[in-house]
Each structure stands twice: as structure tokens, then as C-alpha cells.
Design a protein around this ligand. Structure first.
Ligand code: AP5
Length: 213
């Protein structure tokens, strides 16, 4: 089962991805996490991506599609995948469809998390993330230990959670990512809209109910 998690920055994709992955027995692939790891490690891909990410712009489609193809061809995603933030432009939706077709697979559903911009700004202003496993937190301070068992990482603020970058990410979402929703509908993919406001467990319950799993 291949599920695309779709929605504005801060909608809760990264929070819901591991919960849904556990429920469905598949792994998550989050391009944001892959890119941040590449930036930390100083790889050529990370060096190319860093400027775009810090400003809140999208990393070029070719970089994203290379990451996604590499991952989906490997053994980790043979049983399915929760794709978190992977599809943000129409060319990415087309490229993913082609890559999956070559593997005899397809996107089974798009979960679109609905949320207003005011709530996004409130959430991102209060977010910290684990520098190691990237788990997002609310109401936790920079420097606190990550509470995921065995992680041992510390919490940091993301550069793109500064007010200017949040504003830019929301503009980029409207201009380049929102059209992906129509693309999937026009191509007959099951698109499921989920109210993303409410407790984390409640949002997971809504998503699972919509998927029928
Ligand atoms: P990425 O890391 O994917 O960031 P994003 O899409 O902007 O999404 P976020 O991680 O900010 O938010 P989220 O929806 O995961 O919300 P979260 O669960 O953390 O991408 C970063 C950058 O990488 C991009 O800007 C771009 O440069 C590049 N990139 C990545 N993929 C790309 C692609 N495909 N193409 C091009 N460039 C790409 O939740 C947010 C906060 O809210 C947290 O504090 C959380 O604890 C809290 N929260 C979550 N759920 C709830 C709830 N139900 N109630 C209250 N609070 C909640």
C-alpha cells in the first residue's frame, strides 16, 4: 500500500506518518528528513539542498525524484510506504507515478490534511524537533532530550521555522504544491480529506477510518 501524505507545512504529516506506518505495517519515507540528514552529513546533495530549505523554497524536482526512486527500488519499501511530504509539485507527482509504474505499483490513496494558516503558524512557532530522529515536539525546549526510546538525541529548532521562512513556505505551498491535489483527483487517485485539527490520536483515527484500515 502506497499512501501519500499531503498538506501544508505544519499540518501534522511528520507526526502522523510513523503512527500510520505502524498501523499499516509499512515504513515511512520523508524527503524533508532525508534532506536534513544529507545537510548534517555535508553530502553533495545536502550542500545543494541547504539554501533552498533554509529559505523555505522547494528543492529541485530532480533531487527529490532521485531520492524517491532510490528508496522505492530498495528492500525497505517492498511492502508499501507512507510518503511524507514527498509530492510537492505536479512534475513530482508525474515522476512518482512513472517510477511506481516501472515497479508495477501505484499510489493507493492521498491523505490530505486540512488546516488553516493561523493554526500552522501557532504550531510551527512552538515546534522543536529531535536533531537525530526528527520527531517533532510541542511545548518542549531546545536542548531537552528526545523521549523516543533508545534515540538519545537532543531537541533543536528548525531554521525554516523562523517567521520569514514559515511565510515563504506557505506561499510556496499555494503556488506549487496545492495544484498537486487537483492532479491526483484528475488522475483518478483516491484523495481523502482529513480534518487535521484535534488531538493527535483523533487525527490518526480519522485517517485510518478514511483509509478503512
Ligand atoms: P518537510 O520537513 O517535509 O517540512 P514541511 O512539509 O514544511 O512539513 P513540516 O515538517 O514543517 O510539518 P508537518 O506537516 O510534518 O507537521 P509536524 O508533524 O511536524 O520539508 C522541509 C523542506 O525540505 C521543504 O521546505 C523543502 O525545502 C524541502 N523538501 C522536502 N520535501 C520536498 C519535496 N518533495 N520537494 C521539494 N522540496 C522538498 O507538526 C507540526 C507541529 O505541530 C509539531 O510541533 C507537532 O508536534 C504539532 N502537531 C502535530 N499534530 C498536531 C495536532 N493534531 N494538534 C496539535 N499540534 C500538533
Amino acid at each position: 500500500m502506497i499512501i501519500v501524505l499531503f498538506g501544508k507545512p505544519g499540518a501534522g504529516k511528520g507526526t502522523q506518518a510513523p503512527l500510520l506506518a505502524e498501523a499499516l505495517g509499512v515504513k515511512t519515507l520523508a524527503t524533508g528528513d532525508v534532506l536534513r540528514a544529507a545537510v548534517r552529513e555535508g553530502t553533495p546533495r545536502g550542500l545543494e539542498a541547504k539554501g533552498y530549505m533554509d529559505r523555505g523554497d522547494l528543492v529541485p524536482d530532480a533531487v527529490i525524484l532521485a531520492i524517491v526512486k532510490e528508496a522505492l527500488e530498495g528492500p525497505d519499501y517492498r511492502d508499501g510506504a507512507i510518503l511524507d511530504g514527498v509530492v510537492r509539485t505536479v512534475p513530482q507527482a508525474e515522476g512518482l507515478a512513472t517510477a511506481l509504474q516501472e515497479l508495477g505499483r501505484q499510489v493507493d490513496a492521498v491523505l490530505c490534511f486540512d488546516i488553516e494558516n493561523e493554526e500552522i503558524v501557532r504550531r510551527l512557532a512552538g515546534r522543536t524537533v529531535c536533531e537525530r530522529c526528527q520527531t517533532p515536539y510541542t511545548n518542549a525546549a531546545v536542548g531537552d532530550p528526545c523521549s523516543r526510546p533508545g534515540c538519545g538525541g537532543r531537541l533543536v529548532r528548525r531554521k525554516d521555522d523562523e517567521p520569514d521562512a514559515i511565510r515563504r513556505r506557505l506561499e510556496v505551498y499555494e503556488a506549487q504544491t496545492a495544484p498537486v491535489f487537483d492532479w491526483y483527483q484528475q488522475h483518478g487517485t483516491r484523495v481523502l480529506q482529513i480534518d487535521a485539527v484535534g488531538g493527535v490520536d483523533e487525527v490518526t483515527r480519522r485517517a485510518r477510518q478514511a483509509l478503512g484500515r
